[in-house]
Design a binder for this molecule. Structure first.
Ligand SMILES: *Cc1c(COP(=O)(O)O)cnc(C)c1O
Length: 415
């Protein structure tokens, strides 16, 4: 794994410019003029790389895409209006009716409904299974399905999958693997491990400031021999054979951005890049303070409230946390309060922590899961996603961890 010094250098040196404007320039224009008719033709043909029209790309956003592609070790990236935009782009660009998606593990609410409700309305089939249910995973992959989606860390379940094993299975059965790496930027590089597409909600840790909604999909390069894998690649689109290694990007742009317009805007891309400059430092800070907060809460909270995190010895995923994940799994901790009433009282007594539906923010955030993001789900689905009536999700920020611990402890006492 590359270290945080490597990323700090890479990110600050790529976001900033050495001459003229130091900060990225915001090209706040929806349309772009062409030199002449020939240039217009060349741009539309894809032979000239000047901007076409902001729905298809913007120079500020292009800069963000280049940086994130490098950061993830990918060939290229396409930024979108939100993290859900990136997931919707991938699903609609690469799937057609009767294709099937397998979702492994618990999911962010929007991803679950995108696959389970929206894509189903357009004839895309889907199935779900637990992260350790290898028998079921293999049975489904053997059928020749088209996409597998997985999150690096279950949110809010905090389940840690055996990613190398799942990557190996997807490659064995030639299934396109999409990894949502929102929670673990820098600490995990799924493309280098063998995944095909990485998704991020850049709204979260990449920005950190909650000032810009955004998403991005990063693609690996297609190799010559990949063309032989019909199910995994050629099925995507006939142009895979013509376009070579950039085919993923061309398909995403033509089938999703052009036709559905989930495009990123220049101001959002600018703000996201400002966040990227400090990403490595912020992630190090959270990785350092999170176990401290967890152990203070574990020690001092009354017995009826349980803190859950893989950094605790008693946690099922403790060994995987230490070894496969290098003790870095993002900012989330959960509290099990037993029921909604206790959870609500605790949340309402907090003085420092902010209640909101976001993660990866510079501030520490907390939210009751069952009554908010997961309110529309039936009990069985909530259970599959790891959501209970008393569950509070905490996203650890940059504050002094002892002040945050103190806030939770006083909130419980005032109940
Ligand atoms: C927030 C989030 C998303 C959706 O991103 P938006 O930017 O809110 O659309 C997708 N996946 C995960 C893991 C998330 O946390």
């Amino acid at each position: 794994m590359k270290d945080y010094n490597y990323y700090s250098t890479l990110l600050v040196q790529n976001v900033g410019s050495k001459v003229r404007a130091i900060a990225p320039v915001i090209a706040s224009s929806a349309a772009f003029g062409y030199e002449n008719a020939e240039e217009a033709e060349g741009i539309f043909k894809g032979e000239i790389t000047n901007p076409l029209y902001a729905r298809m790309g913007n120079p500020t956003t292009a800069r963000l895409e280049g940086i994130v592609a490098k950061m993830e070790g990918g060939l290229a990236a396409v930024a979108t209006s939100s993290g859900m935009g990136a997931l919707a782009m991938v699903m609609t660009a690469y799937l057609r009716s009767d294709d099937e998606v397998l979702c492994i593990g618990g999911f962010f609410g929007g991803t679950y409904t995108l696959v389970n409700e929206t894509m189903r309305r357009f004839g895309v089939k889907s199935s779900f299974c637990g992260i350790e249910d290898y028998e079921k995973i293999e049975t489904i992959l053997q059928k020749g399905i088209h996409i597998v989606v997985i999150e690096t860390v279950g949110n809010p379940s905090l389940e840690l999958p055996d990613l190398p094993k799942i990557i190996e299975l997807c490659n064995k059965y030639e299934t396109l693997l999409v990894v949502d790496n929102t929670v673990t930027p820098l600490t995990l590089r799924p493309l280098e491990m063998g995944a095909d597409i990485v998704i991020h909600s850049t709204t979260k840790a990449m920005s950190g400031h909650s000032a810009a909604l955004g998403g991005i999909a990063v693609f690996r390069a297609l190799k010559e021999q990949d063309k032989l894998k019909h199910n995994k690649y050629t099925h995507l689109h006939p142009i895979v054979n013509k376009m070579g290694k950039k085919a993923f990007v061309a398909i995403a742009k033509k089938r999703a951005m052009r036709d559905m317009g989930m495009s990123a805007n220049a101001n959002g891309s600018f703000l996201t890049m400002l966040g990227l400059e400090t990403l490595a430092l912020r992630i190090q800070r959270v990785n350092d303070s999170l176990p401290k907060l967890v152990s203070m809460l574990d020690e001092k909270l009354p017995k009826h409230i349980k803190v859950s995190h893989p950094s605790l010895k008693s946690n099922t995923y403790h060994e995987r946390f230490n070894n496969d994940f290098n003790k870095a799994i993002g900012p989330i901790i959960t509290l099990e309060c037993g029921n909604k009433e206790i959870a609500f009282k605790l949340l309402n007594n907090l003085k420092v922590v902010t209640q909101t539906a976001n993660i990866g923010d510079n501030r520490t955030l907390a939210l009751h899961m069952g009554s908010t993001i997961y309110r529309d789900f039936d009990k069985d689905t909530q259970k599959y996603l790891g959501v209970t009536d008393g569950l509070i999700r905490i996203s650890v920020g940059l504050e002094d961890p002892s002040i945050i611990a103190e806030d939770f402890l006083q909130a419980v006492k005032s109940n």
